[in-house]
Design a binder for this molecule. Structure first.
Ligand code: SAM
Length: 276
């Protein structure tokens, strides 16, 4: 007998098509178990959806605006693009312009950076806010657990789809070099020089000597259970400067978790302090 919570071949095909349509990413036919495994946590009597078909129907009917993001994030471990969730880069620009000049050094961290688009977007934001190395002691650390994506981050060469319409033509001309042969865009050296790329498992001890101004931990916590999330948050808290900021993905929040951060808008959290 078929379990009501089973992912049927037909539904699996639906998720494959959905993902391909929305992200251009193909889930291979032999990855049905992965879709089942990744979405399982949302399925059950005590969960948001009773069955995979319930979830799929809600997705198709766009019932919950967060659901599309949750499904995409769950199924595409490394999904990212330049200036994803742009409001956070506007916030970073605000931080740099408001507090940057008062800092003797600035350290930013893209934690769970995937193939590097987030870290390079932070670097472009710094440059646009008037900060450049070596005039200012400023660095962006980009870390991930996956060697495969870090290799791509180091290559810093992207297909146009990664630029995703979030960058203007003049920004693309200024910060990228177009390779006519491969039709790809390489991040310019002066942008790359702001970014340091390292392998780091967020479950490990953080090996930092300097504290961070702003940490982007976006669309990463989804991969951890509550206890692991709390451990990571505690370590993040410790490595932030006082009045530093932790930025989660827009669909994420720390509700239900023990932590010491002050919540602000747009999934942004602050370590101490009362000023906005
Ligand atoms: C969906 S991507 C997010 C990329 C980017 N932060 C963004 O929001 O566009 C999640 C990344 O988290 C990384 N990740 C998952 N578990 C991790 C861990 N234990 N330590 C470090 N990175 C991890 C994955 O390899 C993946 O590249």
């Amino acid at each position: 007998m078929r379990r009501s919570s089973e992912l049927t071949d037909e539904l699996f095909k639906g998720f494959q098509n959905y993902l391909y349509y929305h992200t251009g990413i193909t889930i291979r036919d032999n990855k049905k178990y992965l879709v089942e495994y990744r979405l399982q946590r949302y399925i059950g009597e005590d969960k948001p959806y009773k069955s995979f078909s319930d979830l799929y129907r809600a997705l198709e009917q766009k019932k919950d605006p967060q659901l599309e993001r949750i499904v995409i994030n769950s199924l595409t471990t490394n999904y990212t693009y330049f200036f994803r969730e742009k409001v956070h880069f506007r916030f970073l620009e605000y931080y740099l312009k408001t507090y940057g000049s008062g800092q003797s050094y600035i350290r930013l961290w893209s934690a769970g950076c995937s193939s590097g688009e987030e870290a390079y977007s932070m670097a472009i934001t710094c440059l646009e806010a008037g900060y450049a190395y070596p005039e200012k002691d400023i660095r962006i650390l980009a870390t991930d657990i996956s060697e495969r994506v870090l290799k791509k981050a180091k290559e810093a060469t992207y297909h146009y789809s990664s630029l995703h319409g979030e960058l203007s033509d003049s920004q693309i001309r200024r910060y990228f070099q177009f390779n006519k042969k491969t039709k790809e865009f390489s991040v310019q050296d002066f942008v790359r020089s702001l970014v340091v790329i390292r392998e780091l498992n967020l479950m490990d001890i953080f090996p930092f000597s300097r504290q961070f101004d702003v940490i982007f931990l976006r669309n990463v916590l989804i991969y951890f259970n509550a206890q692991e999330k709390e451990q990571i948050l505690e370590k993040m808290y410790d490595v932030l400067k006082n009045k530093g900021y932790l930025v989660l993905g827009l669909s994420e929040s720390l509700v239900g978790l023990h932590h010491n951060f002050q919540p602000l808008n747009y999934s942004i959290y602050r370590k101490g302090g009362n000023t906005p």
